[in-house]
Ligand binder design. Structure first.
Ligand code: EPU
Length: 334
């Protein structure tokens, strides 16, 4: 079940040459338990990995990577218009979205074509085009890595926020997500207020037309992981004090923002980076993507250091020019 000393270059979307001490595919909770017992007995570090679409391996991984291949799916109607859909953590995210769209279940279509897995979606709280995973997650099924017991945690207890959750912070290492239950609608409900999504789908949207529009937007802006390595958005969009933003507006009247609350706004990091003319700039094999400067791509032979250095240089220039600290969305794995 466990493969040792393997090349994981193609098992994370940055495609940077990396080795791992061990890799385990598990297809059941019992297999996952066995792998955890093995790692703990051998004093081996371990970490769950999905499609590896949000990771930067800074060096070879000296531990066991735990990869779910659990793709069960169960659904149960709740009330007249709602359906609860529980999916195993190993589902490829977009295959799961496509399945729900085909069934006529509303709620996931704006999250089409996001790389990754169902398990990771609940950790990362993936989001796009006005919808976040936590808007539709009902509960998360997890295995406690110490007691090896399963628990179901309600979404309201998971500490969800913009691209964050307790799984990423206070609960890091405590749980491994084994399944996620989504609350979807069986009657039409669309979120079309982001950018030109509404125009693209026209007056008579359908689940499939929204999915197609989202895929078309993503394809036009973001690199295809199979063609050009990246980990999607490299930085999160910074939330800053409204006062700070108003000051910046005096010098940069076109600087966009999204409302957060009375005291705060969120500024698109892509705008800040674009404004400083980083698009297309490279360092070794790492380059700022020309169509979306929030993305750092591997042009073929990137070393982890190239990406780390380029990201630091970008963050430094944003800070120097705007007094804003931008932080990586990508998880650095040591
Ligand atoms: N912008 C520029 N220049 C560019 C691109 C964008 O100035 O070349 C500015 C524009 O003002 C634009 C704004 O940035 O309106 C926002 O751009 P975009 O709509 O592409 O979204 P984003 O904020 O850069 C976020 C997510 C993406 C998600 C999109 C769409 C984060 C960190 N990223 O990007 O998620 O697909 O919104 O909802 O929140 C990911 O997490 O990997 C990811 C791709």
């Amino acid at each position: 079940m466990i493969q040792e000393n393997i090349d994981i270059t193609q098992r994370h979307t940055f495609g940077i040459a990396t080795q791992a001490r061990a890799w385990g595919d598990y297809d059941s909770i019992e297999e996952l338990r066995e792998m955890l017992r093995y790692a703990q007995a051998n004093d081996l570090a371990y970490m769950p990995i999905g499609e590896g679409s949000n990771l930067l391996f800074v060096r070879n991984y000296e531990g066991l990577l735990l990869h779910s291949t659990m793709t069960s799916i169960n659904s149960i109607a709740r009330g007249e218009n709602e359906i609860l859909v529980q999916a195993g953590s190993g589902w490829i995210w977009d295959e799961f979205v496509a399945h729900c769209v085909a069934q006529g279940w509303y709620g996931l279509e704006n999250l089409s074509y996001i790389p990754g897995t169902v398990g990771a979606s609940a950790v990362q709280n993936v989001g796009a085009y006005g919808v976040e995973a936590c808007d539709i997650i009902e509960s998360v099924t997890v295995l406690d890595t110490h007691t090896l017991e399963e628990h179901i945690i309600k979404a309201t207890e998971c500490g969800y926020g913009y691209r964050t959750s307790h799984f990423k912070k206070d609960w890091k290492g405590k749980y491994i997500v084994t399944a996620v239950t989504f609350r979807l609608s069986t009657t039409p409900q669309y979120t079309l207020d982001y950018g030109n999504l509404c125009q693209m789908v026209g007056d008579t949207p359908s689940l499939q037309s929204v999915r197609d529009a989202v895929i078309a937007i993503r394809r036009s802006k973001l690199p295809e992981p199979c063609e050009l390595g990246s980990a999607g958005s490299f930085f999160v969009n910074p939330v800053i004090a409204r006062e700070h933003y108003n000051k910046l507006l005096e010098q940069h009247p076109n600087m966009p923002c999204f409302e957060v609350d009375e005291q705060h706004v969120k500024v698109p990091a892509a705008w800040l980076i674009d404004h400083l003319e980083w698009k297309g700039k490279s360092l070794g094999g790492a380059m700022v993507y020309e169509k979306q400067p929030l993305v750092i791509v591997n042009t073929g032979n990137a070393k982890p250091g190239h990406v780390v250095q380029l990201a630091q240089d970008i963050a430094f220039s944003v800070f120097e020019n705007f007094g804003i600290i931008i932080t990586p969305e990508v998880n650095y794995i040591y």
